[in-house]
Design a protein around this ligand. Structure first.
Ligand code: GLU
Length: 416
């Protein structure tokens, strides 16, 4: 079993060698500055109270407030949250936004909760951690199985608690900046929903330019069709790339000539998976990873590209839209096969970048148009890609190590 936190530490140790970092700094960066575990009493619909365990890992705040998502999933555990918080520190440094890294979550299967129970759980989490968060302290956001609506409940609960504490009514925009990824009508930013997928497509475009790839001739397989995978597939197709495969947790579909992503998604929304959709050949998730395509885009969960399957991967490029989809052992194999891996900390930084735009808008009481948000996002993603490409050349490393070198150096400089 791959432990994501051990993987994250191993990656840090590898980059420490390249940057010749002091071992004391490496020790400090190997652990979160603070790790919070809370037990949340939640009122269930049948009147009973059930306890759920939640976490928040605050990895490093040398460059700004801790920043990162909250995940509601049965797999959430200490090691995962710690790893994800470290990756957020690097991601914010690469995206060049003034934040450190944090991550949190609750071990829960949201499919087993009613809407009311989900709201109770979300509010209970905020009551448990409200002292540790705030616009200049720690700014949570959505992640797997958390939605804009959950962010709205959370920010409401936060403002309620703070108003009670301060004994005054102050629902000003400033406090809205405690959470990002809120619905647009509740202080969210235009474009946040599609931001992670779109940011990845800007990265794909930059890569295509460097490698002289012609979109119409470039085949792409996307693993995962959640918010990230879906928008990546849809938007990549819109600018001409040939998306030939997409999957969900149950099944995958493939069509050599390219899929109709919107039709596939409509069918999935209706039936719960791609299983019943006739617009492509049924394959397994494992087969999807091994397809003979140009670009493979893991967009679901951690540890899907491992020592076992890396040798069978035929794609020339991997764009990591999920967090931590490749294990360090698999990385070695991919690098030997000269596969270019665009690492998660760069590829999926679009989400947190638009979170930053949302935070700024809240703090300044502004509303930016979608065009403005996308324009600024493109600028940030293209610049992050260019800087990572340069770092890769400078350190004679693969792209992940280039990205890490760039990020870790920025963080260490800020710590000094
Ligand atoms: N959960 C997203 C990530 O992993 C977004 C985090 C944020 O917006 O703060 O990057």
């Amino acid at each position: 079993m791959n432990n994501p936190y051990e993987n994250a530490v191993k990656q840090l140790e590898n980059v420490a060698k390249i940057l010749k970092l002091d071992s004391e700094v490496v020790q400090r960066l190997s652990v979160p500055e603070r790790f919070i575990e809370v037990n949340l009493p939640v009122r269930m619909d049948d009147g009973s109270v059930k306890i759920f365990t939640g976490f928040r890992s605050q990895h490093n705040n040398a460059r700004g407030p801790y920043k990162g998502g909250l995940r509601f999933s049965p797999e959430v555990n200490e090691a995962e949250v710690k790893a994800l918080s470290m990756w957020m520190t690097w991601k914010c440094a690469i995206a060049d936004i003034p934040y450190g890294g944090g991550k949190g979550g609750v071990a829960v299967d949201t499919k087993k909760l009613s809407e009311q129970e989900l709201e109770n759980l979300s509010r209970a989490f905020v009551r448990a951690i409200h002292d540790c968060i705030g616009p200049e302290k720690d700014v949570p956001a959505p992640d797997m199985y958390t939605t804009p609506e959950i962010m709205e409940w959370m920010v409401e609960e936060y403002i309620k608690i703070k108003n009670e504490e301060l004994k005054m009514k102050n629902s000003g925009d400033e406090m809205l900046a405690t959470f990002t990824g809120k619905p647009v009508e509740a202080g969210g930013s235009e474009g946040r929903t599609e931001a992670t997928g779109l940011g990845g497509v800007y990265v794909l475009e930059s890569l295509a330019k460097k490698e002289d790839l012609i979109p119409e001739k470039t085949t792409v397989a996307v693993q995962g069709a959640g918010n990230v995978g879906y928008y990546f597939a849809k938007l990549a197709q819109e600018i001409g790339f040939k998306v030939v495969a997409i999957s969900d947790s149950k099944s995958a579909v493939y069509r050599k000539e390219g899929l109709d992503i919107d039709k596939a998604m409509k069918s999935k929304e209706k039936d719960g998976s791609f299983e019943t959709w006739k617009g492509g050949e049924k394959i397994t998730n494992d087969e999807l990873l091994k397809l003979d395509v140009d670009v493979l885009v893991p967009s679901a969960i951690e540890n899907v590209i491992t020592e076992e399957n890396a040798k069978d991967i035929k794609a020339r490029y991997i764009i990591e839209m999920a967090n931590g989809p490749t294990t360090p052992d698999a990385d070695i194999i991919l690098s030997k096969k000269n596969i270019i891996v665009v690492p998660d900390v760069l590829a999926n930084a679009g989400g947190v970048t638009v979170s930053y735009f949302e935070w700024m808008q809240n703090k300044r009481s502004e509303k930016w148009s979608k065009e403005e948000v996308f324009g600024k996002l493109k600028e940030k993603m293209v610049s992050a890609f260019e800087q990572t490409w340069e770092a890769m050349k400078k350190y004679k490393a693969d792209m992940r190590m280039g990205a890490y070198a760039l990020a870790v150096k920025k963080v260490v400089d800020a710590m000094m």
